[in-house]
Write a protein that binds this ligand. Structure first.
Ligand code: CUA
Length: 318
């Protein structure tokens, strides 16, 4: 389990929108290389043709020099103008909203994690999760971006540029993924101590896999299969966990921290800080301040037996 598997580069576009940005980049790069080569050739040629300064003082030479200077300035203006028009046209086309079969997801930035809510006209079909976004390949996804505290920034260069999440203001971003895979999204606006550990994984998958995933997420939490797991559920509901976290189908309904209804189905803990393993989860529950200093989650001095039961319960929430 590593972030290296997840693409995070504007040079590896995997959506229709990022692809167009990638083309603009390639165009500007090619133009810049051609201009560089032309300037170097002209400079070398001028050095080779060097003459003593007073050898030719005719008016024809001055006129020729002026023509060369004018041509150079005109070419510079023309190239920059083409780049400007291309850039503006691309910017406009990216902000033109597609409306066909759009999946709408609310993304709320928190210090320091991402709340993810899939909108649906039917309330039972809405899905709440955190730090992981699943989207079907080939379908346009609209993200409604908001913040619960300070300014954050959604930055998934392989999928769709960068956009800020601003308190009291709603921004939108949309992209049409073209390639299944894992893509990293990183907060790109300094938002406090753990800004660097505020990542989200975008899973682009075929529509069948996506349907399976979202149908599983719509279900309430699994019922504990044995007494130890049932004890873990009790620890969760009666302890401090339920103050901040929700698990659908139980009495835990906190909204301060991530929804944990299907926590075992996620690849990461603490917004990409840790891989989702039993040992990491235990360390995170007992002493989150050591792993992400400043995080809102307090330390939890649980009895060892309670901790093991709780870990069993959380591992059962597939
Ligand atoms: Cu959130 Cu930086």
């Amino acid at each position: 389990m590593t972030w290296l598997q997840a693409a995070h580069s504007a040079l590896h576009p995997a959506s229709a929108q990022a692809d167009r940005v990638g083309r603009l980049y390639n165009f500007l790069l090619i133009v810049a290389v051609l201009v560089f080569v032309a300037v170097m050739v002209a400079a070398l040629w001028a050095a080779w043709r060097r003459r003593p300064i007073d050898e030719d003082t005719s008016p024809a030479r001055d006129a020729r020099a002026h023509r060369v200077i004018f041509a150079g300035a005109a070419a510079t203006v023309a190239i920059l103008f083409v780049a400007l028009v291309y850039d503006l046209a691309l910017g406009r086309s990216l902000t033109r909203r597609a409306t066909r079969e759009m999946l709408t997801v609310r993304i709320t930035g928190h210090q320091w994690w991402w709340e993810v809510e899939y909108e649906d006209p039917t309330p039972q079909n809405r899905v709440r999760t955190a730090n992981e976004l699943h989207v079907p390949v080939g379908q346009t996804v609209a993200l409604k971006l908001a913040s619960a505290d300070v300014i954050h920034s959604f930055w998934a260069p392989s999928l769709g540029g960068k956009k800020d999440l601003i308190p009291g203001h709603h921004n939108e971003l949309w992209f049409t993924p073209t390639e299944p895979g894992l893509y990293r999204m990183q907060c790109a606006e300094f938002c406090g101590l753990q800004h660097a550990y505020m990542a989200l994984e975008v899973v682009v998958e075929d529509s069948k896999k996506f349907a399976q995933w979202i149908n599983a997420q719509r279900k309430p939490a699994a019922t504990p299969p044995d007494t130890l797991t049932a004890r873990g559920k009790l620890v969760f509901e009666s302890g401090p966990c339920a103050t901040c976290h929700a698990i659908a189908g139980t009495s835990a309904a906190g909204t301060i921290g991530p929804d944990l209804t299907h926590i075992a189905s996620r690849r990461w803990l603490a917004s990409g800080r840790l891989g989702n393993t039993r040992a990491n989860l235990a360390g995170w529950i007992v002493d989150p301040q050591r792993i992400k200093p400043g995080v809102l989650m307090p330390s939890n001095g649980l009895e060892p037996a309670d901790l093991q039961a709780l870990l069993n319960y959380l591992a059962s929430l597939k």
